[in-house]
Design a binder for this molecule. Sequence first.
Ligand code: FE2
Ligand code: FE2
Length: 173
Amino acid sequence: MLKERLSKALSDQVNAEFYSAYLYLGMSAYADRAGFKGIANWLHVQSREEMAHAIHIYRHILERGGTPSFDDITASRAEYGGIREVFEKVLAHERHVSGLIDGIASIALEERDHATYNFIAWFVSEQVEEEASAEELVSKARHAGDDPALLFSLDAALAARTFRDPFPPSGDD
Ligand SMILES: [Fe+2]
Ligand SMILES: [Fe+2]
């Protein structure tokens, strides 16, 4: 049975993951409208992954006998000062999310809920990857600067990303 405090922290994380999805969808719209269809694709796939994270955490709350709560999701925006700003905001946001995930891991340990600690450990590792890929994109965008050729080669590279369900139904893998 999930302790009330942990149930609330996990529900807040469901909200944060949906906010991440909303944030990245707004960024994707910005990139699309600026003509960077590949970058828009990367951000859209990122948005879908965040929704998968939200649902995975929501399911854990129910599975452990907790009560999910549903707060408002903060508004997103679709205006940025350039691709570099977009990726800088992705990196800053992923660092923030890593802090939230670490906070849940700490509460799980304090509450001696080893099942939830084990569950959230996947997200701890995921955040290492999220920060690393965002850092790489920030450095590429900084390198490209305002050079259209470099920006469009980054755009072409990011067009290849496809969505892969991080939690496929059992039997699929
Ligand atoms: Fe996430
Ligand atoms: Fe993320």
